[in-house]
Design a binder for this molecule. Structure first.
Ligand SMILES: [Zn+2]
Length: 424
Protein backbone atom coordinates (compact mmCIF):
# COMPACT_ATOMS: atom_id res chain seq x y z
CA UNK A 1 0.00 0.00 0.00
CA UNK A 2 2.81 2.37 0.84
CA UNK A 3 5.25 1.57 -1.94
CA UNK A 4 5.47 2.80 -5.49
CA UNK A 5 5.40 6.46 -4.61
CA UNK A 6 7.47 8.80 -6.70
CA UNK A 7 8.06 12.42 -7.57
CA UNK A 8 5.12 14.76 -7.41
CA UNK A 9 3.05 15.05 -10.60
CA UNK A 10 1.39 18.41 -11.09
CA UNK A 11 -1.58 19.15 -13.37
CA UNK A 12 -3.48 22.38 -13.53
CA UNK A 13 -7.19 21.57 -13.64
CA UNK A 14 -8.85 24.96 -13.68
CA UNK A 15 -7.99 28.55 -12.93
CA UNK A 16 -10.08 31.68 -12.75
CA UNK A 17 -8.88 35.10 -13.73
CA UNK A 18 -9.58 37.82 -11.20
CA UNK A 19 -12.50 39.82 -12.62
CA UNK A 20 -11.99 43.45 -13.59
CA UNK A 21 -14.13 44.63 -10.69
CA UNK A 22 -11.81 42.72 -8.35
CA UNK A 23 -9.11 45.24 -9.19
CA UNK A 24 -11.55 48.08 -8.66
CA UNK A 25 -11.86 47.07 -5.06
CA UNK A 26 -15.14 45.23 -5.15
CA UNK A 27 -13.69 42.34 -3.17
CA UNK A 28 -11.85 44.43 -0.60
CA UNK A 29 -12.15 43.25 2.96
CA UNK A 30 -10.52 44.59 6.04
CA UNK A 31 -7.40 42.66 5.07
CA UNK A 32 -7.38 42.01 1.34
CA UNK A 33 -7.11 45.11 -0.81
CA UNK A 34 -7.72 44.39 -4.46
CA UNK A 35 -5.48 47.22 -5.66
CA UNK A 36 -2.47 45.74 -3.83
CA UNK A 37 -1.51 43.62 -6.82
CA UNK A 38 -1.05 46.66 -9.05
CA UNK A 39 0.37 48.89 -6.30
CA UNK A 40 3.00 46.37 -5.34
CA UNK A 41 3.94 45.91 -8.98
CA UNK A 42 4.36 49.67 -9.47
CA UNK A 43 6.65 49.80 -6.45
CA UNK A 44 8.79 47.04 -7.96
CA UNK A 45 9.05 48.99 -11.22
CA UNK A 46 10.14 52.08 -9.25
CA UNK A 47 12.83 50.03 -7.52
CA UNK A 48 14.06 48.65 -10.85
CA UNK A 49 13.12 45.08 -9.89
CA UNK A 50 10.24 44.69 -12.35
CA UNK A 51 9.79 45.92 -15.91
CA UNK A 52 6.62 47.42 -17.36
CA UNK A 53 6.34 44.56 -19.87
CA UNK A 54 6.30 42.02 -17.04
CA UNK A 55 2.94 43.35 -15.91
CA UNK A 56 1.27 40.47 -17.74
CA UNK A 57 2.40 38.32 -14.80
CA UNK A 58 -0.49 39.80 -12.85
CA UNK A 59 -2.92 38.04 -15.19
CA UNK A 60 -1.87 34.63 -13.87
CA UNK A 61 -2.80 35.58 -10.30
CA UNK A 62 -6.11 34.03 -9.40
CA UNK A 63 -7.75 31.07 -7.68
CA UNK A 64 -7.08 27.65 -9.15
CA UNK A 65 -7.55 23.91 -8.81
CA UNK A 66 -4.55 21.70 -9.38
CA UNK A 67 -4.04 17.96 -9.14
CA UNK A 68 -1.07 16.58 -7.21
CA UNK A 69 -0.07 12.96 -7.48
CA UNK A 70 2.53 11.12 -5.41
CA UNK A 71 2.53 7.53 -6.67
CA UNK A 72 -0.88 6.21 -5.69
CA UNK A 73 -1.82 9.25 -3.57
CA UNK A 74 -3.82 11.71 -5.64
CA UNK A 75 -5.51 14.91 -4.50
CA UNK A 76 -6.81 18.23 -5.66
CA UNK A 77 -5.80 21.63 -4.30
CA UNK A 78 -6.40 24.07 -2.67
CA UNK A 79 -5.78 22.00 0.45
CA UNK A 80 -5.09 22.46 4.10
CA UNK A 81 -2.57 20.02 5.62
CA UNK A 82 -2.85 19.00 9.30
CA UNK A 83 0.36 19.18 11.31
CA UNK A 84 1.73 15.99 12.87
CA UNK A 85 4.98 17.40 14.23
CA UNK A 86 6.41 14.30 15.92
CA UNK A 87 4.62 11.69 13.83
CA UNK A 88 1.06 12.16 15.07
CA UNK A 89 -1.63 14.77 14.51
CA UNK A 90 -2.10 15.35 18.23
CA UNK A 91 -4.87 13.23 19.79
CA UNK A 92 -5.94 11.77 16.41
CA UNK A 93 -5.22 8.42 14.79
CA UNK A 94 -4.17 8.32 11.13
CA UNK A 95 -7.63 6.82 10.42
CA UNK A 96 -9.32 9.84 12.02
CA UNK A 97 -7.35 12.21 9.81
CA UNK A 98 -7.73 10.12 6.66
CA UNK A 99 -11.47 9.63 7.08
CA UNK A 100 -12.10 13.39 7.21
CA UNK A 101 -10.58 13.43 3.73
CA UNK A 102 -7.02 14.58 4.34
CA UNK A 103 -4.32 13.03 2.18
CA UNK A 104 -1.22 15.03 3.20
CA UNK A 105 0.07 15.68 6.70
CA UNK A 106 3.19 17.40 7.98
CA UNK A 107 6.02 15.96 9.99
CA UNK A 108 8.89 17.97 11.41
CA UNK A 109 12.50 17.18 10.55
CA UNK A 110 13.99 18.77 13.67
CA UNK A 111 11.62 17.06 16.13
CA UNK A 112 11.72 13.63 14.48
CA UNK A 113 15.50 13.69 14.29
CA UNK A 114 15.65 14.24 18.07
CA UNK A 115 12.93 11.69 18.82
CA UNK A 116 12.71 8.86 17.84
CA UNK A 117 15.92 9.47 15.85
CA UNK A 118 16.90 8.34 12.38
CA UNK A 119 18.25 4.91 13.22
CA UNK A 120 14.77 3.72 14.12
CA UNK A 121 13.28 5.64 11.20
CA UNK A 122 15.60 3.86 8.74
CA UNK A 123 14.79 0.51 10.39
CA UNK A 124 11.11 1.08 9.67
CA UNK A 125 11.75 2.34 6.16
CA UNK A 126 10.49 5.82 6.89
CA UNK A 127 7.68 7.66 8.63
CA UNK A 128 4.82 6.36 6.44
CA UNK A 129 5.40 2.85 7.64
CA UNK A 130 6.36 3.84 11.20
CA UNK A 131 3.11 5.72 11.82
CA UNK A 132 1.03 3.70 9.34
CA UNK A 133 -0.14 6.74 7.37
CA UNK A 134 -1.37 5.81 3.88
CA UNK A 135 -1.34 9.38 2.51
CA UNK A 136 1.54 11.68 1.62
CA UNK A 137 3.91 13.40 4.06
CA UNK A 138 5.50 16.82 3.87
CA UNK A 139 8.43 17.57 6.17
CA UNK A 140 9.23 21.02 7.42
CA UNK A 141 12.98 21.65 7.56
CA UNK A 142 13.37 22.87 11.13
CA UNK A 143 14.23 26.47 10.22
CA UNK A 144 11.14 27.79 11.95
CA UNK A 145 11.83 25.74 15.10
CA UNK A 146 15.36 27.17 15.27
CA UNK A 147 13.75 30.59 15.52
CA UNK A 148 10.85 29.69 17.77
CA UNK A 149 12.31 27.11 20.20
CA UNK A 150 16.01 27.76 20.56
CA UNK A 151 16.90 30.39 23.11
CA UNK A 152 20.58 30.34 22.25
CA UNK A 153 21.39 29.92 18.61
CA UNK A 154 24.19 30.74 16.27
CA UNK A 155 23.60 31.09 12.57
CA UNK A 156 26.68 30.81 10.37
CA UNK A 157 27.19 30.20 6.69
CA UNK A 158 27.53 26.50 7.49
CA UNK A 159 24.16 26.19 9.24
CA UNK A 160 22.31 26.78 12.51
CA UNK A 161 23.80 25.60 15.82
CA UNK A 162 21.69 25.60 18.95
CA UNK A 163 20.82 23.78 22.16
CA UNK A 164 17.93 21.41 21.52
CA UNK A 165 14.75 21.90 23.55
CA UNK A 166 14.73 18.39 25.09
CA UNK A 167 18.09 17.93 26.84
CA UNK A 168 19.99 21.05 25.81
CA UNK A 169 22.62 19.16 23.81
CA UNK A 170 24.16 21.17 21.01
CA UNK A 171 23.05 20.29 17.49
CA UNK A 172 23.80 21.75 14.10
CA UNK A 173 21.34 21.76 11.23
CA UNK A 174 22.91 22.30 7.83
CA UNK A 175 21.23 22.37 4.41
CA UNK A 176 22.90 19.02 3.73
CA UNK A 177 22.05 17.14 6.93
CA UNK A 178 18.44 18.35 6.76
CA UNK A 179 18.18 16.73 3.31
CA UNK A 180 19.70 13.54 4.68
CA UNK A 181 17.24 13.40 7.59
CA UNK A 182 14.28 13.98 5.28
CA UNK A 183 15.51 11.19 3.02
CA UNK A 184 15.53 8.88 6.05
CA UNK A 185 12.00 10.03 6.94
CA UNK A 186 11.21 9.41 3.25
CA UNK A 187 8.74 12.28 3.03
CA UNK A 188 7.05 12.98 -0.29
CA UNK A 189 7.65 16.73 -0.09
CA UNK A 190 10.86 17.92 1.53
CA UNK A 191 11.48 21.53 2.50
CA UNK A 192 14.92 23.12 2.29
CA UNK A 193 16.55 24.53 5.42
CA UNK A 194 15.94 28.27 5.60
CA UNK A 195 16.47 31.01 8.10
CA UNK A 196 13.14 32.36 9.17
CA UNK A 197 13.93 36.09 9.28
CA UNK A 198 13.15 37.54 12.72
CA UNK A 199 10.28 39.99 12.95
CA UNK A 200 10.74 42.90 12.89
CA UNK A 201 13.95 43.21 10.84
CA UNK A 202 15.48 46.09 8.90
CA UNK A 203 15.78 45.89 5.11
CA UNK A 204 19.53 45.20 5.43
CA UNK A 205 18.99 42.43 7.99
CA UNK A 206 16.20 40.85 5.94
CA UNK A 207 18.38 41.03 2.80
CA UNK A 208 21.37 39.32 4.44
CA UNK A 209 19.14 36.64 5.95
CA UNK A 210 17.28 36.02 2.68
CA UNK A 211 20.49 35.76 0.68
CA UNK A 212 21.89 33.20 3.11
CA UNK A 213 18.66 31.18 2.84
CA UNK A 214 19.01 31.26 -0.96
CA UNK A 215 22.59 29.94 -0.76
CA UNK A 216 21.34 27.23 1.61
CA UNK A 217 18.55 26.37 -0.83
CA UNK A 218 21.07 25.84 -3.61
CA UNK A 219 23.18 23.59 -1.36
CA UNK A 220 20.08 21.61 -0.37
CA UNK A 221 19.22 21.09 -4.03
CA UNK A 222 22.68 19.68 -4.69
CA UNK A 223 22.71 17.49 -1.57
CA UNK A 224 19.91 15.13 -2.61
CA UNK A 225 20.73 11.46 -3.01
CA UNK A 226 17.19 10.21 -3.61
CA UNK A 227 15.88 12.03 -6.64
CA UNK A 228 12.40 10.50 -6.56
CA UNK A 229 10.93 12.84 -3.94
CA UNK A 230 9.78 16.43 -4.34
CA UNK A 231 11.82 19.25 -2.83
CA UNK A 232 10.36 22.73 -2.33
CA UNK A 233 12.26 26.00 -2.07
CA UNK A 234 11.13 28.63 0.46
CA UNK A 235 10.73 32.33 -0.32
CA UNK A 236 12.05 34.62 2.43
CA UNK A 237 12.66 38.37 2.56
CA UNK A 238 10.91 39.54 5.72
CA UNK A 239 8.29 42.22 5.24
CA UNK A 240 9.88 43.60 2.05
CA UNK A 241 8.19 42.92 -1.28
CA UNK A 242 11.33 43.67 -3.31
CA UNK A 243 13.32 41.08 -1.31
CA UNK A 244 10.56 38.50 -1.71
CA UNK A 245 10.70 38.94 -5.50
CA UNK A 246 14.50 38.64 -5.52
CA UNK A 247 14.14 35.52 -3.41
CA UNK A 248 11.68 33.71 -5.68
CA UNK A 249 13.74 34.61 -8.76
CA UNK A 250 16.82 33.01 -7.20
CA UNK A 251 14.90 29.93 -6.13
CA UNK A 252 13.53 29.38 -9.63
CA UNK A 253 17.11 28.99 -10.92
CA UNK A 254 17.28 25.74 -8.91
CA UNK A 255 14.13 24.36 -10.55
CA UNK A 256 12.42 23.04 -7.41
CA UNK A 257 9.32 20.84 -7.68
CA UNK A 258 7.34 23.51 -5.81
CA UNK A 259 7.69 26.83 -4.02
CA UNK A 260 6.66 27.90 -0.56
CA UNK A 261 6.26 31.28 1.07
CA UNK A 262 7.89 31.24 4.50
CA UNK A 263 8.40 33.78 7.25
CA UNK A 264 4.82 35.08 7.28
CA UNK A 265 2.30 34.91 10.10
CA UNK A 266 5.18 35.68 12.48
CA UNK A 267 3.62 38.73 14.14
CA UNK A 268 2.82 41.08 11.27
CA UNK A 269 -0.73 42.30 10.66
CA UNK A 270 -3.03 40.39 8.35
CA UNK A 271 -3.09 43.43 6.08
CA UNK A 272 0.71 43.29 5.82
CA UNK A 273 0.57 39.58 5.00
CA UNK A 274 -1.95 40.19 2.16
CA UNK A 275 0.29 42.92 0.75
CA UNK A 276 3.34 40.63 0.72
CA UNK A 277 1.36 37.83 -0.93
CA UNK A 278 0.30 40.31 -3.62
CA UNK A 279 3.95 41.24 -4.21
CA UNK A 280 5.20 37.64 -4.34
CA UNK A 281 2.60 35.43 -6.00
CA UNK A 282 2.78 36.95 -9.52
CA UNK A 283 6.41 35.78 -9.69
CA UNK A 284 5.77 32.22 -8.57
CA UNK A 285 5.77 29.70 -11.46
CA UNK A 286 2.30 28.90 -12.72
CA UNK A 287 3.13 25.26 -13.38
CA UNK A 288 4.35 24.37 -9.87
CA UNK A 289 2.56 24.02 -6.49
CA UNK A 290 2.46 27.14 -4.31
CA UNK A 291 2.47 26.63 -0.55
CA UNK A 292 1.86 29.25 2.14
CA UNK A 293 3.53 28.01 5.31
CA UNK A 294 2.08 28.29 8.80
CA UNK A 295 -1.24 29.83 7.80
CA UNK A 296 -4.60 28.30 8.74
CA UNK A 297 -7.10 30.94 9.89
CA UNK A 298 -10.28 30.75 7.79
CA UNK A 299 -10.09 34.36 6.51
CA UNK A 300 -6.41 33.89 5.61
CA UNK A 301 -7.21 30.73 3.64
CA UNK A 302 -9.98 32.45 1.68
CA UNK A 303 -7.86 35.47 0.71
CA UNK A 304 -4.75 33.44 -0.14
CA UNK A 305 -6.76 30.97 -2.26
CA UNK A 306 -8.14 33.95 -4.19
CA UNK A 307 -4.57 34.96 -4.99
CA UNK A 308 -3.64 31.45 -6.18
CA UNK A 309 -2.12 29.62 -3.20
CA UNK A 310 -2.60 25.82 -3.39
CA UNK A 311 -1.41 24.48 -0.02
CA UNK A 312 -1.54 25.52 3.63
CA UNK A 313 -0.57 24.14 7.03
CA UNK A 314 -0.94 25.37 10.58
CA UNK A 315 -1.00 23.96 14.11
CA UNK A 316 -3.74 26.41 15.05
CA UNK A 317 -6.89 24.33 14.32
CA UNK A 318 -5.70 21.39 16.40
CA UNK A 319 -4.04 23.50 19.09
CA UNK A 320 -7.15 25.69 19.47
CA UNK A 321 -9.31 22.58 19.65
CA UNK A 322 -7.27 21.26 22.57
CA UNK A 323 -7.76 24.62 24.27
CA UNK A 324 -11.52 24.31 23.86
CA UNK A 325 -11.92 26.70 20.93
CA UNK A 326 -13.55 25.65 17.66
CA UNK A 327 -14.45 27.30 14.36
CA UNK A 328 -18.12 27.07 13.41
CA UNK A 329 -20.25 28.40 10.58
CA UNK A 330 -21.83 31.77 11.35
CA UNK A 331 -25.22 30.03 11.53
CA UNK A 332 -23.98 28.23 14.68
CA UNK A 333 -22.38 31.30 16.29
CA UNK A 334 -22.32 34.82 14.82
CA UNK A 335 -18.61 35.27 15.58
CA UNK A 336 -17.67 32.00 13.83
CA UNK A 337 -16.12 30.65 17.04
CA UNK A 338 -17.22 28.72 20.09
CA UNK A 339 -15.41 28.50 23.44
CA UNK A 340 -16.75 25.25 24.79
CA UNK A 341 -16.07 26.08 28.45
CA UNK A 342 -18.56 28.96 28.25
CA UNK A 343 -21.46 28.30 30.64
CA UNK A 344 -23.95 29.06 27.86
CA UNK A 345 -23.27 25.53 26.56
CA UNK A 346 -23.82 23.85 29.92
CA UNK A 347 -27.08 22.12 29.06
CA UNK A 348 -27.14 22.57 25.26
CA UNK A 349 -28.30 19.58 23.26
CA UNK A 350 -27.09 21.24 20.05
CA UNK A 351 -24.02 19.93 18.24
CA UNK A 352 -21.10 22.38 17.83
CA UNK A 353 -22.37 23.17 14.34
CA UNK A 354 -25.59 21.65 13.03
CA UNK A 355 -24.40 22.01 9.40
CA UNK A 356 -21.18 20.13 10.09
CA UNK A 357 -21.09 16.45 9.13
CA UNK A 358 -18.09 15.51 11.25
CA UNK A 359 -18.12 12.54 13.62
CA UNK A 360 -18.30 14.87 16.63
CA UNK A 361 -21.23 16.95 15.38
CA UNK A 362 -23.14 13.84 14.25
CA UNK A 363 -22.92 12.26 17.71
CA UNK A 364 -22.30 14.68 20.58
CA UNK A 365 -23.93 17.68 22.21
CA UNK A 366 -22.20 20.88 23.27
CA UNK A 367 -23.18 20.02 26.86
CA UNK A 368 -21.31 16.69 26.69
CA UNK A 369 -18.24 18.29 25.11
CA UNK A 370 -18.27 21.05 27.73
CA UNK A 371 -18.51 18.45 30.47
CA UNK A 372 -15.52 16.54 29.04
CA UNK A 373 -13.53 19.75 28.77
CA UNK A 374 -14.30 20.89 32.33
CA UNK A 375 -13.58 17.39 33.67
CA UNK A 376 -10.31 17.37 31.70
CA UNK A 377 -11.24 14.14 29.95
CA UNK A 378 -8.82 13.24 27.14
CA UNK A 379 -11.60 12.37 24.71
CA UNK A 380 -12.44 16.06 24.31
CA UNK A 381 -9.10 16.69 22.56
CA UNK A 382 -9.95 14.16 19.89
CA UNK A 383 -13.56 15.23 19.41
CA UNK A 384 -12.78 18.93 19.17
CA UNK A 385 -9.77 18.34 16.86
CA UNK A 386 -11.87 16.23 14.49
CA UNK A 387 -14.37 19.07 14.25
CA UNK A 388 -11.82 21.83 13.57
CA UNK A 389 -10.08 19.79 10.90
CA UNK A 390 -13.43 19.00 9.28
CA UNK A 391 -14.25 22.72 9.27
CA UNK A 392 -11.11 23.66 7.33
CA UNK A 393 -11.58 20.68 5.04
CA UNK A 394 -15.12 21.86 4.27
CA UNK A 395 -13.97 25.44 3.69
CA UNK A 396 -11.29 24.46 1.16
CA UNK A 397 -13.69 21.97 -0.43
CA UNK A 398 -16.34 24.65 -0.90
CA UNK A 399 -13.79 27.09 -2.38
CA UNK A 400 -12.54 24.33 -4.72
CA UNK A 401 -16.01 23.44 -5.96
CA UNK A 402 -16.84 27.13 -6.49
CA UNK A 403 -13.69 27.50 -8.60
CA UNK A 404 -14.65 24.37 -10.57
CA UNK A 405 -18.15 25.67 -11.33
CA UNK A 406 -16.80 29.12 -12.17
CA UNK A 407 -19.13 30.64 -9.56
CA UNK A 408 -16.50 31.58 -6.98
CA UNK A 409 -16.68 35.35 -7.34
CA UNK A 410 -20.46 35.19 -7.24
CA UNK A 411 -20.56 33.05 -4.09
CA UNK A 412 -17.59 34.64 -2.34
CA UNK A 413 -19.57 36.99 -0.07
CA UNK A 414 -21.64 34.03 1.16
CA UNK A 415 -18.55 31.87 1.72
CA UNK A 416 -16.91 34.67 3.70
CA UNK A 417 -20.00 35.28 5.83
CA UNK A 418 -20.37 31.58 6.46
CA UNK A 419 -16.79 30.60 7.31
CA UNK A 420 -15.09 33.83 8.38
CA UNK A 421 -17.74 36.26 9.62
CA UNK A 422 -15.14 38.23 11.59
CA UNK A 423 -13.38 39.29 8.39
CA UNK A 424 -16.38 40.64 6.47
ZN1 LIG B 1 -18.25 19.17 13.40
Amino acid sequence: MLSNRNLIEFTKIKSLQLPLDFHKGKYDTENLKAHDLENEFSLLIEKGIARENEKSLLEQVGPRITKLKFGNVELETPIFMPVGTVGSVKSLSPEDVYSIGYRVILGNTYHLNLRPGMELMRDFGGLHEFMRWPGAILTDSGGFQVMSLAKIRKITEEGATFANHINGAKITLTPENVVEIQEDIDSDIQMVLDECTPYPATHAEALASMERSMRWAKRARQARKKLNRAQFGIVQGGMYGDLRVKSIKQLIENDFEGYAIGGLSVGESKREMRRLLSATIPWMPENKPRYLMGVGAPDDLIDAILLGIDMFDCVMPTRNARNGSVFVRSSAAPTGKIQIKNSAHKSSREPLDSQCLCYTCKNYSRAYLRHLFVAEELLVFRLMSIHNLQFLYDLTHEMREAIRSGELFHSLPDIRRKYAPGSV
